[in-house]
Design a protein around this ligand. Structure first.
Ligand SMILES: CC(C)(COP(=O)(O)OP(=O)(O)OC[C@H]1O[C@@H](n2cnc3c(N)ncnc32)[C@H](O)[C@@H]1OP(=O)(O)O)[C@@H](O)C(=O)NCCC(=O)NCCS
Length: 297
């Protein structure tokens, strides 16, 4: 994973406050992350000084662009009050020149190629990168740009963290996995909880790399995004070399995306009645079913 810290001027920043730094591992899986005090006014990068407030503004934009489809961007006050004051954000940054070059490469990819869906996804990723560059420009900010990130909140139970943001604006590099894996190691997480959506195949593919997701609530209708559920995943025994978890479970059911409301309701009844447990396994790319392992309690 140290390729992240060495490639194309990429850098990993753990943005937090010095009062709680000692709790974090600054070298997760042997990869050095740089601690950044969000209370400072300047961000040093490549020997230059940049405005840290503008950098955090650009982060808010990057995060919102990643979650635009589901309207799950967060305002700046949440970043300060809930992300970097009581916890830490792990951000992968790249110089603007690298972001501009990658946007050009993504734009040039052919949407009509045999893997055309990727081409279309590449174009929307290119548009997002261009919006990010534009936002930085309007702020007069020319420092490193956040291109992927992960944030989690500590819970009162030691080792148990609640993930609330995993995103990447550079598709095709598996950055979502890398950033989440490193962040969980920084936090010294043993059990990770989180919420995501049943119809977010990319997210399911990412999160199941950490192990089967035990569904704790199959319907969270109060959430902003439809089809949201919550899960727990045990991350206490992941391979030390950084590879994803080895999962031996075989699916007992394959749930069709088209019938989410029906089976999610049934699943929730079983969870509430404590009759069964349900684990989400990794969906195949492009598949319209979710593999689930269901067992009696
Ligand atoms: C989830 C997310 C972070 C993944 O980004 P990423 O790591 O850059 O993804 P990549 O393009 O590198 O693809 C990673 C893997 O996902 C797979 N994948 C991509 N699209 C997929 C899909 N629709 N279904 C299943 N798998 C998919 C790829 O084949 C690749 O598989 P591999 O690692 O086994 O080779 C990104 O899609 C994102 O930011 N989404 C918007 C924000 C979001 O919803 N975050 C999740 C919050 S719960």
């Amino acid at each position: 994973m140290d390729y992240l810290a060495r490639t194309e001027g990429f850098e990993l920043l753990l943005v937090s406050n010095p009062d709680i730094w000692d709790a974090f591992d600054p070298c997760p899986l042997g990869v050095l992350v740089r601690l950044v005090n969000f209370r400072e006014r300047r961000l040093t990068a490549g020997g230059d000084q940049h405005d840290l407030t503008a950098f955090l503004d650009v982060f808010v934009e990057a995060n919102a662009l990643s979650f635009a489809q589901r309207g799950l961007g967060i305002p700046s006050w949440v970043v300060i009050d809930l992300a970097v004051s009581p916890s830490a954000l792990l951000l992968l940054t790249a110089p603007p020149s690298v972001v501009a070059r990658r946007a050009g490469e993504l734009l040039a990819s052919d949407p009509y190629s045999p893997n055309g869906a990727r081409g279309v996804r590449a174009r929307s990723a290119a548009a997002a990168l261009q919006s990010l560059l534009y936002r930085a420009e309007t702020l007069g900010y020319d420092g490193p740009l956040p291109v992927a990130g992960y944030g989690a909140a500590a819970t009162p139970i030691p080792g148990r963290w609640f993930g609330w943001s995993a995103w990447s604006l550079l598709p095709g590099l598996d950055l979502g996995y890398a950033i989440k894996r490193l962040a969980l190691a920084c936090y010294r997480t043993r059990l990770q909880s989180g919420v995501t959506q049943f119809d977010n195949a990319e997210a399911l593919h990412l999160h199941t790399k950490f192990g089967p997701l035990l569904i704790t609530a199959a319907r969270l209708d109060a959430h902003t995004a439809a089809h949201t559920f919550s899960y727990d995943v045990d991350v206490s025994d992941l391979p030390a070399d950084g590879w994803p978890a080895q999962v031996d479970l075989q699916p007992t059911d394959e749930l069709a995306m088209a019938d989410i409301d029906e089976w999610a309701g049934r699943m929730q009844d079983e969870i509430a009645g404590e009759s069964h447990q349900h684990f989400i396994l990794s969906p195949a790319a492009g598949s319209d079913v979710i593999p689930v392992f269901r067992r009696t309690r």
